[in-house]
Design a protein around this ligand. Structure first.
Ligand code: PGA
Length: 261
């Protein structure tokens, strides 16, 4: 029996790409893609510089705005950082925390992730908390152990109410930007494990948390991935930089969703 959950949650992480004009053009094309996407939650996550431009485009549409990172203090002498209240002020509803590029290139740890997630919640933002194993961990059969550690430390001290506002993105690091997607079965195994753990720790709020998959998602693989019981949507990198690819991913997920309704 398929436990059908919620409509697809599809977020586009534009990373360090796009100038102002390009960003607003892309946002306009996605927002204008048509009423058939109204059943999806669509989140656009441009670089900080383009938040204002994209906020103007998504205002009054069904799409929401997100940021790629935040710092845990509200304000002060933290050169180069951006806080939760600032993102809220810039009309963000979501913020990525602990993306694997932040962890690998900028040295973020589960402890800094925890501080950032708390700051996001305090500011009224929904954190999209990214977790996932590297290839050596998968090959060594240590994927679920890694996931458990990231969840336990990253979400330490969380309440059920916190969990109800949090999204988990499972992104196997070996699948990000490599063109090598996890198979639906591989992704489902980890998603089911995450849901089980969250259910144990946070009851109903944990068991019903949105758990999205990321790592080389394209229109061609989003349907079979979304067919899996515990995959609630996608965090899309490369394919989100092109309106057709991003909208195609959302449409394919919606097709799977509607078949099961
Ligand atoms: P990708 O990136 O879709 O380009 O693999 C995913 C991500 O980094 O969130």
């Amino acid at each position: 029996m398929v436990r059908r959950r919620r409509p697809p949650f599809v977020a586009g992480n534009w990373k360090m790409n796009l100038r102002l004009r390009e960003a607003s053009d892309l946002a306009r094309k996605i927002v204008g893609a048509g009423p058939d996407l109204a059943d999806c939650t669509i989140v656009l996550i441009p670089p900080f510089t383009a938040l204002g431009a994209v906020a103007g485009v998504v205002a009054g549409s069904a799409a929401a705005l997100g940021a790629q990172d935040l710092f845990w203090e509200d304000q002060g002498a933290y050169t180069g950082e951006v806080s939760g209240p600032m993102l809220k002020d810039a009309r963000c509803e979501y913020v990525l925390v602990g993306h694997s590029e932040r962890r690998q290139i900028f040295g973020e740890t589960d402890e800094t992730v925890n501080r950032k997630v708390r700051a996001a919640l305090k500011a009224g933002l929904s954190p999209i908390v990214c977790i996932g194993e590297v290839l050596a961990e998968r090959d060594a059969g240590r994927t679920l152990e890694r996931i458990d550690g990231q969840l336990a430390r990253g979400l330490a001290g969380f309440s059920r109410e916190d969990m109800a506002r949090t999204i988990i993105a499972y992104e196997p690091v070996w699948a990000i930007g490599t063109g090598r997607t996890a198979t639906p079965e591989q992704a489902q195994e980890v998603h089911a494990h995450i849901r089980g753990r969250l259910g144990e720790s946070y009851g109903h709020e944990g068991a019903t948390c949105a758990i999205i998959y990321g790592g080389s998602v394209k229109p061609a693989n989003s349907y079979p991935l979304f067919k899996e019981e515990d995959i609630d949507g996608f965090l899309v990198g490369g394919a989100s930089l092109e309106a057709g690819g991003f909208v195609g991913i959302a449409r394919e997920a919606l097709r799977a969703y509607r078949e099961e309704k």
